[in-house]
Design a protein around this ligand. Structure first.
Ligand SMILES: C[S@@+](CC[C@H](N)C(=O)[O-])C[C@H]1O[C@@H](n2cnc3c(N)ncnc32)[C@H](O)[C@@H]1O
Length: 224
C-alpha cells in the first residue's frame, strides 16, 4: 500500500495589492539570493530558526537583527508579505535571513530531522468556521513534522488572539503527545502564556488584535 500523500493545498491569499516597482525588483533580484539551501542549513554552526507564515516579516527581521549567529528562515505564500520582508532585509542589511516564497509545510517536511532550534507559528489564519477547521495549520501532520524537524530542547512557539485557536492548538498538542510525548508546554503560571517574552517582538497581526480589543496568548513548547 502506498503512503498517503500530504495535503498541501493552500487556502489563504497569495497576492494582494499590485506590487510597486521596487518591490518587484526585490522579488526578482534579492529573493533568489536568499533561497534556503539544505546543505547550508545542515552545516550552519549556530542555531537555525524557522518562521511559518511571517506575514509582513517584522518578527523575523527583528529576530535576525538581534541574533546574528542564528540562521533565520521564513516561508510565506503571500507575495506582498514576502516583498515587505525583503525590503527590511535590504534596509537593515541582514545577512542571516533566508526566505522562501511558498508553502511552509513541504519545506518543513524536506528539512533534515533534528535541524531546527526554533519554530514560530504566530497568529496562524484562524479559520473560525467549524467546516474550515481542517484548514488550520496547527494540525496532526504539522505537529508530526515539527517534532521531526526540531532538535531535542528546541522550541515551538505559537501565538493567537483567538481563544478557540489556542484551545485547538493545546488540544492538538495533547493529542500528539498521547501518541508520542514530544512537546513540553512551558507554562508554570498564567504569566507564562499571558505575557509576551522579551525576545518575542510584536507582529503586525498582534498589534491589530490589540487595537481591536483582543488579547493574545503565547504558547511555548520544548521538544522533549
Ligand atoms: C494571520 S496571518 C499572520 C501573519 C504574521 N505571522 C503576523 O502575526 O503578523 C497568517 C499568515 O500565515 C500565512 N500562511 C498560511 N498558510 C501558510 C502555509 N501553508 N505556509 C506558510 N505560511 C502560511 C498566510 O499567508 C499569512 O501571512
Amino acid at each position: 500500500m502506498g503512503e498517503e500523500k500530504p495535503n498541501y493545498r493552500l487556502y489563504g491569499r497569495a497576492k494582494g495589492r499590485p506590487l510597486r516597482r521596487g518591490q518587484k525588483e526585490l522579488l526578482a533580484d534579492l529573493l533568489p539570493r536568499l533561497k534556503p539551501e539544505m546543505g547550508a542549513i545542515k552545516n550552519h554552526t549556530g542555531p537555525v530558526w524557522l518562521e511559518i507564515g511571517f506575514g509582513g516579516g517584522e518578527h523575523l527581521a527583528w529576530q535576525a537583527a538581534h541574533h546574528p549567529a542564528c540562521l533565520c528562515i521564513g516561508v510565506e505564500p503571500f507575495e506582498n508579505g514576502v516583498a515587505k520582508l525583503l525590503a527590511q532585509v535590504a534596509a537593515q542589511n541582514l545577512t542571516n535571513i533566508r526566505v522562501l516564497h511558498g508553502d511552509a509545510r513541504p519545506f518543513l517536511d524536506a528539512l533534515p530531522a533534528n535541524s531546527l532550534d526554533r519554530l514560530f507559528v504566530l497568529h496562524p489564519d484562524p479559520w473560525p468556521k467549524k467546516k474550515h477547521h481542517k484548514r488550520r495549520i496547527i494540525s496532526p501532520p504539522l505537529l508530526e513534522s515539527a517534532a521531526r524537524a526540531l532538535k531535542a530542547g528546541g522550541e515551538l512557539r505559537i501565538a493567537s488572539d483567538i481563544p478557540d485557536y489556542i484551545r485547538w492548538s493545546l488540544m492538538q498538542v495533547e493529542r500528539h503527545n498521547r501518541q508520542q510525548p514530544d512537546f513540553i508546554w512551558q507554562a508554570k503560571s498564567k504569566a507564562d502564556w499571558q505575557n509576551r517574552p522579551a525576545d518575542w517582538p510584536q507582529t503586525r497581526y498582534e498589534a491589530k488584535a490589540l487595537r481591536e480589543g483582543r488579547t493574545p496568548t503565547y504558547l511555548r513548547f520544548l521538544r522533549a
